[in-house]
Design a protein around this ligand. Structure first.
Ligand code: 5RP
Length: 223
């Protein structure tokens, strides 16, 4: 099976976690796009979605799924999202699509985080994928120096030759060279640095379930 087919498989499998009558939390990315397409088949059974990005909002609305603002809802039963890496504790690196801040907010508002990913995303230790960090632009150079002290090499993510601007009007650093052996401690540490909006380690907002697309079908990992 191709990677795209594996994404379709887990996107469809995630429907079993959607609670009829509820509002569902929706992440961002190519795997989530497959989930959104699948969700459209049961749109009559849900109230709608809370979205983690402009891109997902656009896709949801185009398929006729109502999108609610985070502030309009108290708690969500489930949040479905992809990951750039996930380990065997359900800790993840996210933010490849630059939506990490809103993803973390919606995840924090949800009782259950269901990660959908193809098997290439499962890793023993987080850090091979460049770690995305959303930052306030005036702190960029200072934060690059901070990451260098941890052995990381941080660069500003570009789009069309200019710093990429997130849905929140901020920039993204991508940090290579890190081996994140204690994701909970690492997330707490980087969260303390002035100018960091969101670090792309999702340890405090980890996945509870991962639907992993493998050559032999969907594997369910529970954490
Ligand atoms: C976006 C994310 C995505 O979930 C992550 O990048 C995985 O994306 P894809 O499903 O396209 O591989 O964190 O900010």
């Amino acid at each position: 099976m191709t990677q795209d087919e594996l994404k379709t498989l887990v996107g469809q499998a995630a429907l079993q976690y959607v609670v009829p009558g509820d509002i569902v939390g929706v992440g961002t990315g190519s795997t989530v796009n497959k989930f959104i397409d699948a969700l459209a088949t049961m749109k009559g059974q849900i109230k709608g979605a809370v979205s983690s990005s402009g891109a997902s909002t656009k896709r949801l609305k185009a398929l006729g799924i109502a999108v609610f603002d985070c502030n309009e809802v108290a708690e969500l039963s489930v949040y479905i999202d992809g990951a750039d890496e996930i380990d065997d504790h359900g800790y993840m690196i996210k933010g490849g699509g630059a939506a990490l801040t809103r993803e973390k907010i919606v995840a924090a508002q949800s009782r259950q985080f269901v990660c959908i990913a193809d098997e290439s995303k499962l890793v023993p230790t987080l850090g091979k994928f460049p770690l995305p960090v959303e930052v306030i632009p005036m702190a960029t150079q200072r934060l690059i120096r901070q990451f260098a002290k941890l052995g990381g090499s941080a660069t500003v993510r570009l789009k069309d030759g200019q710093p990429l601007v997130t849905d929140n009007g901020q920039h993204i650093l991508d940090v290579t060279g890190l081996q994140i052996s204690d994701p909970l401690a690492f997330e707490s540490q980087v969260n303390q640095w002035p100018g960091v909006v969101t670090v792309g380690v999702f340890a405090h907002q980890k996945a509870h379930v991962c639907l992993l697309g493998t050559a032999s079908g969907v594997k369910t990992l529970k954490f």
